[in-house]
Write a protein that binds this ligand. Structure first.
Ligand code: CO
Length: 161
């Protein structure tokens, strides 16, 4: 394994369904952790990763859906408003071989802090809003299958395609 690539905890594991604590120190340790989380997310071709997935019960999540909005580091994120609804299929690096249709907001405004502790507001639409809510759910111990209106195994998905 490369340096910087962390082990992604797989379901079932209590850490994935635990509450997280707010980050108070925006220091080098946090920056190293965020950098390692990016490497890990890229290694496993994810679009988001939350700290509980690597065994850390803190309010830290990263997202990069590969669009022009780039990388998002969300520390202590909070949803301010949600608008509309969208239904689409999603998965999770901690729950391989399972996918589900999940209803998410069509758009959201959140507030969070960056790696230096500076507060910011982010307006997200479409798939970015979906990815952000999925990651914020992780910080509250909520996994997508508990919200899914329909679940699919990898085999079922292959038969659909
Ligand atoms: Co996930």
């Amino acid at each position: 394994m490369q340096v910087g690539i962390l082990k992604v905890i797989q379901y079932p594991n209590k850490v994935l369904e635990s509450k997280t604590e707010k980050v108070k120190s925006f220091d080098g340790e946090l920056h190293n952790l965020l950098d390692d989380m990016y490497e890990t997310m890229q290694e496993y071709n994810g679009v988001g990763l939350a700290a509980p997935q690597i065994g850390i019960l803190k309010q830290i999540a990263i997202i990069d859906i590969g669009d022009e909005t780039g990388k998002h580091e969300l520390i202590n994120p909070e949803i301010i408003t949600k608008r509309g609804k969208q239904t689409d299929m999603e998965g999770c690096l901690s729950i391989p071989n399972l996918y589900g249709d999940v209803i998410r907001p069509l758009s959201m405004r959140i507030k969070a802090r960056n790696r230096y502790g500076k507060a910011f507001i982010l307006d997200a639409n479409g798939f970015l809003a979906r990815a952000i809510e999925h990651e914020i759910d992780h910080l509250h111990g909520i996994l997508f299958p508990t919200k899914a209106i329909k679940l699919y195994s990898e085999d079922e998905l292959e038969r659909l395609n």
